[in-house]
Design a protein around this ligand. Structure first.
Ligand SMILES: *[C@@H]1O[C@H](CO)[C@@H](O)[C@H](O)[C@H]1NC(C)=O
Length: 351
């Protein structure tokens, strides 16, 4: 009994101390009476420079899952050596790195803006790496007298480990934002992601999560330790049509995707229209100072379908389960591979 009493007192004491210091902090920082309980976040990947660091979310974005859809979210880039929580939007930022918006305008990993037109009704690899392939299906039109197609990204096909995910903007004659224009498939089966802000779907092995960032037409896809992809479906607006003279027909609003990618473990050899701009020594062929720098590569990056990795420069060849196996072997001391390299499907131990 005595011991329990002492514990009770101790707990009451601790609660008092904590709450009074919180109150002090609050009254110092602002006069508004808003209880800001900033979350702490951490990185669970051993490869991360921030592995198990506890990072407190900034006051401007105390939560990683705010109730207000417009609020910024707390985010840590587990790949960055800075190890600091920061605020960001959950919707694609078409001016940010890794964006693919409009008639596709990309912003490379090197921060350089470029256009890749591709061709309407064809597929091109945006990213191709040993454990990640992201293809895009282009839609578009060619008004008479023009020399090329005007194109938009209608769908994304994503391959990782042994899995396949697709996200598609469904065609519509006219845009109605109350209507869902997003369609998903996982491992080639139609996938139903519950509607409503913040609803989500998680794969059985928990490696893949799709979360809505609006009640419809906007999601964030997280492939654990590989990539995070914000996607929003938008139409080609009358305004855009007028400015660029696309000559959009009255029976199709060319619903397409605005996308922003964040990658967590690309290899230095990564390929693809956007992927190659993440190579450490990449020289962007987009000419600086040109209003609309266009890059080619149609022949190197064309794939035969949304979910195939058969382009000339494609690198996708997943080694399923390798990472887990390697980790457990290292833990057990079976494999001592200091200075090892992983080449294609095999492991080379240089001891
Ligand atoms: C989008 O990204 C750009 C470039 O990083 C940045 O300057 C801008 O503030 C961002 N926009 C929003 C709304 O966060």
């Amino acid at each position: 009994m005595k011991v329990t009493n002492i514990y009770c007192l101790l707990i009451i004491f601790l609660v008092c101390v904590t709450s009074s210091s919180l109150t002090q902090a609050r009254s110092k920082s602002s006069t508004k009476v808003i209880a800001v309980h900033a979350e702490t976040r951490t990185c669970f990947s051993r490869r991360s420079p921030c592995f198990l660091h506890r990072l407190t979310c900034p006051r401007q974005c105390p939560s990683s899952h705010p109730k207000d859809p417009k609020a910024k979210v707390c985010y840590i880039d587990c790949n960055s050596p800075i190890c600091k929580a920061e605020c960001r939007n959950r919707k694609p930022n078409c001016s940010g790195r890794g964006a693919a918006c409009l008639d596709p305008r990309f912003i490379g990993g090197d921060g350089i803006v470029f256009y890749f037109h591709g061709k309407s009704k064809q597929h091109f690899s945006l990213v191709s790496d040993p454990n990640l392939q992201i293809n895009a299906h282009f839609i578009g039109l060619r008004p008479s007298g023009r020399t090329r197609d005007y194109t938009w990204i209608q769908a994304l096909g994503i391959l990782f480990d042994s899995h396949a995910l697709s996200l598609e903007a469904t065609p519509a004659a006219s845009w109605d934002e109350q209507v869902e224009h997003l369609k998903f498939s996982y491992d080639r089966q139609q996938l139903n992601v519950p509607k409503g802000y913040s609803s989500s779907w998680t794969s059985a092995n928990e490696n893949l999560k799709i979360e809505r960032t609006e009640s419809r037409n906007s999601v964030i896809v997280t492939i654990q330790e590989i990539a995070e992809i914000s996607v929003t479906v938008v139409p080609v607006t009358k305004e855009d049509d007028r400015i660029h003279n696309y000559q959009i027909p009255p029976n199709d609003c060319f619903a397409h995707l605005e996308v922003q990618f964040r990658f967590f473990e690309l290899s230095p050899k990564v390929e693809g229209v956007l992927g190659r701009t993440y190579q450490p020594d990449f020289k962007n062929p987009a000419k600086p100072g040109v209003a609309m720098p266009v890059v080619g590569g149609e022949d190197r990056y064309r794939t035969s379908s949304l979910l195939s990795a058969d382009c000339k420069s494609c690198l996708f060849s997943p080694v399923v389960g390798l990472n887990q196996d390697l980790d457990s072997m290292k833990d057990l001391g079976i494999l001592d591979c200091r200075g090892s390299t992983i080449i294609g499907q095999g492991i080379v131990c240089k001891n």
